[in-house]
Design a protein around this ligand. Structure first.
Ligand code: G16
Length: 546
């Protein structure tokens, strides 16, 4: 590595005065104009990670669910997952190094710590971006950072985050890894699942898809075109075309899940005729909804998707008898998981449920410890992972003669692994997963929704002077600081039937998040309000108290 050329290139991307940025829940995220230096330096980091491992890594310029004026950068590790957590501190150190000399110094320290030989192959980074106007300039900054340490960049243009992660994984497995290959793989799995659903299944109903005015809208159209002959029809709203509105504004998975309301451009009348789904700004989350019997909006969130997937997987393994039972199935959730969902998974389906902090980087790590690891955050971010050992066994079984039900179960599990992105949570594969399972079971959205009844919940955001004053423990369910906060929350929860509440600093926005659930809707709402007021009082709230 030639440090002089790194310093020279870095001089073109000075860090803004007073910048202090942290690698958060899913990479760096901030107002776009403050980001060029951070993105340049993350380009350097991704190149070094590629050089260290001898495999390609990936970068996506996106701020996902954040407003259009924000942007950010996510890093894909060689296995297609999130950046190895050991490297996050290095990413923060590089991003905050005050001068180009300090950056070169930090790069050298990282190379020594990680044993990256000076003579190692130069490295390759796959690059993509979402549709934000600030994307092209930031992608250029990333390219410059990658090139500054002698690595190669392959610019894949505008993609969803999960597409880029999928490509990184496929490239490193020497599999076909273009965007067309991605679509073909998902579509092939879905077709197989539909085929195995049998001749008697009802035709697929059209699905309203809210594209959040982001990258997912055009991609879902392409997927739909490829699957048109199956009867699957996506009716896309909030596509980002002129006149459709701004990215994530009043639409998208984050809005719909937090507000428990339909997105802009979708009416309850339309939902009476069928279900809808919302993607987020980079299409790694999806939530569903429909109109319930009382004519009200009803959300089917990531918990509901996890339960649907878990039940389906469970049924296939049970069809394999004793041999099926030796494979461990686990569901991973966060503190946001509705209490009723956890209860249904544990007591209804008799499955292992693990709990982690928020962020798919934590859930994924636990999910890979199972033979089938199912993880969905309540916000719709997740996937279903099948272990290499299980897949190998299934491939062997698929070649053997056997009872038809057994053979179907084997083929279904194999098809699932193609339909569902094995690298990371993916809204498009989530859509196909849900549609395929509902078709296989001949279920309506109402049948799916009736598996269990959500406890009413409410989420709020509180803006504080410095959100890092709040620290948590026990997978974010207990506040450690500031002093007195947890006691005050406990006192509020104590009187509430089936009450539960927690607070945590967001890792993607400059806010503190408040979650509350309770037996009754009004109780959940007033518990959330009370806790938000406590946060405002004890953690330096800005503006008027909620
Ligand atoms: C990211 C992470 C998710 C996480 C979400 C919210 O999603 O990938 O795992 O749930 O942030 O995080 P926080 O509550 O810390 O703001 P996305 O879709 O925004 O990239």
């Amino acid at each position: 590595m030639v440090m002089a050329s790194l310093e020279q290139a870095a001089n073109l991307y000075p860090i803004p005065p007073g910048l202090a940025i942290d690698y958060g829940t899913a990479g760096f995220r901030a107002e776009a104009s403050t980001l060029p230096s951070t993105v340049f330096r993350t380009g350097v980091l991704a190149a070094l990670r590629s050089r260290q491992t001898g495999a390609v890594t990936g970068l996506v310029i996106t701020a996902s669910h954040n407003p259009e004026g924000d942007n950010g950068i996510k890093v894909a590790d060689p296995n297609g997952g999130m950046l190895l957590r050991d490297w996050e501190a290095a990413a923060t150190a590089l991003a905050n190094a005050p001068t180009s000399e300090a950056l070169a110094e930090a790069v050298q320290q990282l190379a020594v710590r990680e044993g990256i030989p000076a003579q190692a192959p130069s490295g390759t980074v796959l690059l993509a971006r979402d549709t934000r106007p600030s994307g092209p300039a930031l992608a250029h900054a990333a390219t410059q950072g990658i090139a500054a340490v002698g690595a190669t960049v392959e610019d894949r243009g505008v993609l969803t985050t999960p597409q880029l992660h999928w490509m990184v994984r496929a490239t490193n497995r020497a599999e076909a890894a273009t965007e067309q290959d991605y679509f073909r793989t998902l579509a092939a799995g879905f077709r197989e699942l539909l085929l195995l659903a049998g001749a008697g299944r009802p035709p697929l109903a059209p699905l309203l898809v809210d594209g959040a005015n982001g990258v997912g809208a055009a991609k879902v159209e392409r997927l739909g075109a490829l699957l048109a002959d199956t009867g699957l029809a996506f009716r896309v709203r909030n596509s980002g075309q002129p006149g459709e509105g701004r990215l994530n504004a009043g639409c998208g998975a984050d809005f719909v899940q937090k507000e428990q309301a339909p997105p802009a451009g979708v009416t309850l009348d339309e939902l009476r005729a069928g279900r809808g789904a919302s993607l987020d700004g980079d299409a790694d989350r999806v939530v569903f909804y429909h109109c319930d019997e009382e004519g009200g909006f009803k959300l089917l969130d990531g918990d509901k998707i996890a339960v649907l997937a878990a039940g389906f997987v469970n049924e296939q393994l049970q069809a394999l008898g004793d041999e099926g039972r030796r494979w461990r199935v686990g569901v991973v959730q966060t503190a946001y998981a509705n209490g009723a969902a956890t209860d249904y998974l544990r007591n209804g389906l008799q499955l292992e449920v693990a709990r982690t902090a928020t962020g798919v980087k934590y859930l994924h790590e636990v999910a890979v410890q199972f033979d089938v690891g199912i993880y969905f955050e309540a916000n719709g971010h997740g996937t279903v992972l099948l272990s290499a050992a299980l897949l190998e066994w299934l491939h062997q079984q698929s070649k053997l003669e056997g009872a038809p039900e057994r053979h179907t179960a084997v083929r279904r599990l194999l098809a699932l692994a193609g339909t569902v992105n094995q690298a990371v949570g993916d809204a498009l594969s989530g859509l196909l997963l849900v549609e395929a399972v509902l078709a296989s079971r001949r279920w309506s959205t109402a049948d799916w929704d009736a598996l269990y009844t959500d406890l009413p919940s409410r989420q709020l955001k509180v803006t504080v002077h410095d959100r890092s004053v709040i620290t948590t423990s026990h997978a974010e369910t207990r506040a450690v600081t500031p002093a007195g906060l947890q006691d005050a929350i406990d006192a509020c929860v104590a009187g509430v039937s089936q009450g539960r509440a927690f607070v945590r600093p967001s890792g993607t926005e400059n806010v503190v998040r408040v979650y509350a659930e309770a037996a009754m809707r009004e109780q959940a709402a007033s518990l959330a309000n009370e806790v938000a007021r406590i946060v405002h009082r004890l953690a330096g709230g800005l503006g008027t108290s909620p």
